[in-house]
Design a protein around this ligand. Structure first.
Ligand code: PLP
Length: 372
């Protein structure tokens, strides 16, 4: 059976059907309906968030957060991320500028950001890549110094926390994704966390074309609404969340135990959180791209398919070739990074096969290096 980097989790079918019955009863299908409000309240309460607006997906969440700023210009971000971070910046009428990543955290390096701040900069958008948290203290003091909003792409850090605070509560706004491939999902979905009711109201309005009352449209928004069917999936799945994180932790621990001391492989043991979410299981191959390709090819024979998250570095893709960048570390790390399969109930035999192949490739690389 094909093993991919992730496998979506679903609630028991009856539990989803239970949720659907309520929708059939009230016949309210979308537009800030009761299921959506219930899911917003449940997530807000679970993670003690200030204010939350759910929307149609994570890319729209990022776009709406930027639209809410009412500023057009450059947004400094990391190129070591999924394409959506940069496409959302462009969708909001802004221009991505790629600063480099910190080699330990793999998240946006504050020093590199500062080098790229100009009078055209309108926001800083770090990405909590793999659920590893950015240096929030340094980024927020930088944001304060230049009077720039700090908007997190928190797509990877649902259920992660630092010093007892949800990672979603950091920054002026934090945007997350509830896509089927993420740790927790509503099939398609996303959300924006902010810290005051006025911004929340504005974000809500932006998800609904900017309409403020039946006869008044005072913002240029879009259709960013989450439907009742999507919210229903979230409500049915939410009781499973803690179990999902625990099950992923077991898989993660099994990989860590086997890989953390393998020469030529860097396993990320520090996530700068007090509660990690185990959403991804990345490794960095010291043998670089040839080693990564070798592992992929060897595992393909067993129908096991790790993913090159994130390759290529967005600073090197055609779509963003016009964007300013200074990101050699991102470019090098993206060639060497590989995300291993991680999802609840991944079999130990698969974990062992993956580790065996990685160990073999690393040993070959180490031997070659010793010869040089
Ligand atoms: C998944 C993801 C997004 C986009 O979320 P969608 O819900 O798929 O639109 C944005 N940023 C990062 C880092 C992601 O991994």
């Amino acid at each position: 059976m094909r093993i991919d980097v992730t496998k979506p989790v679903l609630p028991a079918l009856e539990e989803y059907v239970e949720q659907l019955k309520d929708i059939w009863d009230v016949k309210w299908l979308t537009n800030n309906g009761p299921k959506l409000k219930e899911l917003e309240a449940a997530i807000t309460q679970k993670f003690e968030l200030d204010e939350l607006v759910l929307c149609s997906n994570g890319t729209v969440a990022l776009t709406l957060a930027l639209l809410a700023l009412d500023k057009k210009g450059e947004v400094i971000t990391t190129p070591f991320t999924f394409a959506a971070t940069a496409t959302a910046i462009e969708a909001a009428g802004c221009t991505p500028v790629f600063a480099d990543i910190d080699p330990d955290r793999l998240t946006l390096d504050p020093a590199s950001v500062e080098e790229l701040v100009t009078e055209n900069t309108v926001a800083i958008m770090p990405v909590q890549v793999y659920g590893v948290l950015s240096d929030h203290e340094r980024l927020s003091s930088l944001a304060k110094k230049y009077e720039l909003p700090l908007i997190y792409d928190a797509a990877h850090c649902f259920a992660a926390s630092t010093n007892g605070i949800s990672a979603l509560n950091l920054g002026d706004m934090a945007c997350f994704s509830l896509h089927a491939t993420k740790l927790f999902h509503t099939v398609e979905g996303g959300g924006i966390v902010c810290h005051d009711p006025k911004t929340k109201e504005k974000l809500k309005r932006l998800t609904n074309f900017g309409i403020s009352s039946p006869d008044s449209i005072n913002l240029s928004g879009m259709n960013g609404k989450m439907s009742e069917f999507h919210a229903a999936m979230g409500l049915a799945l939410l009781p499973y969340l803690d179990g999902i994180v625990d099950a992923r932790k077991q898989v993660y621990d099994a990989f860590e135990e086997r890989l953390k001391r393998v020469e030529g492989v860097r396993f990320l043991t520090e996530h700068f959180v007090d509660q990690h979410n185990y959403a991804y299981c990345p490794i960095i191959m010291e043998g670089g791209e040839p080693a990564v390709l070798d592992v992929l090819e060897k595992l393909q024979k067993y129908d096991i398919h790790p993913r090159r998250y994130f390759y290529p570095s967005l600073s090197e893709v055609e779509a963003f070739s016009q964007c300013k960048s200074n990101s050699p570390i991102s470019e090098s790390v993206s060639k060497s990074a590989l995300c291993l399969p991680i999802f609840p109930e991944l079999e130990l035999s698969v974990i062992e096969k993956v580790c065996e192949v990685i160990g073999l490739v690393a040993a070959q690389n180490n031997a070659q290096k010793a010869l040089k």
